[in-house]
Write a protein that binds this ligand. Structure first.
Ligand code: GTR
Length: 397
């Protein structure tokens, strides 16, 4: 008979061995990357050339949005009946000297049912607001017993010192990061009609929805300046942050760190994690329709270089790590470099990227678009934050 611990450990061991196997079988050979033939951002589905702002915003951008919604991420529903905010006080503030902590329950009701999510917000003390806000969508434990669990991942004291308010929510508060239980949050309670739809909301829609509700709280907060708002996600939540920002124009800057396949990186490159690998290991992240492209990335009607255009002209920042080949750093770079064409050609931003990925030796901080690659492994580190915060300083209006 198996003990409880065995029941807990077996699924974990299976996940780890699937990860190791998927990562070791992936392609890391640049000579095996197919020649890139990518959908053109500036040709509409009917074949019209898109060369001005009106045609971009009225024709091509909605087409691209619909394709990402239907074929990749699934719907992020925007409707609900009511929302209310309640400050609670359950955890010790780890920074009583420099910041005030607000733990907030956000209760949302729809069709007679309700769901409550939790955000944690730190506001600078002894500085005068309203403050710019940095929201991190978190899938790491946040803090316990008055301490941040991974201080670099969410560097609250550094952000406070620089005059930001900063908040975070754990994905579990809206949809658990688990194939068996992801619907147990808002999906089954508030949006049950999405279940089973081929373009229905899954975890990324739910996590993006959580960022929107956090923004609803900031929007009515007298100490927060939402004109200066920054949404941050790492890896799986980097993908969610991009989709959230594509849906919610209230975010002024969006930062996706090492978001890889289905985030920053071009799917057609088939380098590192592929569409099939991600859909197999995480069938609850993307819309069911995304499975159609398993092993057939070249048949996608869009690719990830078209995602920044849904956020433009608001600022966007990507970063990679050299040791994170699974996320395909070159594909991430191409995602932002090619994606920045909408910023320069439609919105007139001054943008110049190096011709070759291999020649990058320092952060590339342009008007509204930025990128860096650092040494080291897959993680959100202080080095990532410090490069990004320099970019944010330049780009907060
Ligand atoms: C990996 C997954 C990546 C990335 C990463 C993470 O296992 O394959 O797409 O999202 O997890 O979130 O750390």
């Amino acid at each position: 008979m198996r003990t409880k611990i065995q029941y807990a450990i077996f699924p974990l061991l299976i996940t780890i061995s699937m990860t190791v196997q998927a990562q070791s079988q992936a392609n890391y050979d640049e000579s095996k990357v197919p020649a890139l033939v990518l959908p053109d951002p500036f040709v509409s589905e009917k074949g019209f050339l898109i060369s001005n702002l009106a045609d971009w915003e009225n024709i091509r951008k909605p087409e691209i949005f619909n394709l990402f919604e239907t074929e990749v991420y699934g719907i992020l529903p925007k409707d609900f009946d009511s929302i209310s905010f309640e400050k609670v006080n359950e955890k010790e503030n780890p920074y009583p000297e420099s910041a005030d902590l607000e733990e907030v329950n956000i209760k949302v009701s729809r069709n007679g049912k309700s769901h409550t999510m939790r955000i944690n917000l730190f506001l600078p003390k002894n500085q005068s607001g309203p403050f710019p806000i940095v929201l991190l969508i978190n899938y790491e434990p946040t803090y316990t017993d008055g301490k941040l669990v991974k201080a670099e991942f969410w560097p609250v004291p550094e952000l406070i010192k620089r005059g930001y308010a900063t908040a975070s929510f754990h994905v579990e508060t809206v949809a658990p990061d688990n194939n068996d239980t992801y619907t147990t949050g808002i999906i089954s309670t508030l949006y049950p009609e999405q279940i089973g739809m081929s373009n229905g909301m899954k975890a990324y829609g739910a996590w993006g929805w959580g960022a929107m509700r956090a923004m609803d709280y900031f929007d009515q907060h007298p100490q927060i300046d939402t004109k200066k708002s920054i949404l941050v996600g790492h890896s799986r939540t980097g993908k969610a942050a991009l989709w959230a920002s594509a849906n919610d124009p209230r975010w002024e800057i969006t930062y996706a760190n090492e978001s890889g396949c289905g985030g920053a990186a071009i799917s057609r490159r088939k380098y590192g994690e592929t569409v099939e690998a991600i859909n197999t290991r995480f069938p609850y992240w993307f819309a069911d329709n995304f499975n159609k492209y398993n092993g057939k990335e070249e048949t996608l009607p869009i690719d990830q270089h078209l995602l920044p255009g849904l956020i433009a002209p608001r600022a966007i920042y990507y970063s990679s790590a050299k040791g994170d080949q699974w996320a395909d750093p070159k594909g991430e770079f191409l995602g932002i470099k090619l994606g920045s064409r909408v910023y320069s050609e439609i919105y007139g931003k001054r943008i110049e990227f190096p011709a070759e990925f291999e020649t990058i030796n320092s952060p590339i901080h342009q008007e509204a678009v930025g990128y860096h690659i650092r040494e080291g492994e897959h993680n959100l580190t202080w080095e990532d934050w410090s490069h990004f915060l320099e970019f944010a300083q330049m780009n907060l209006n």
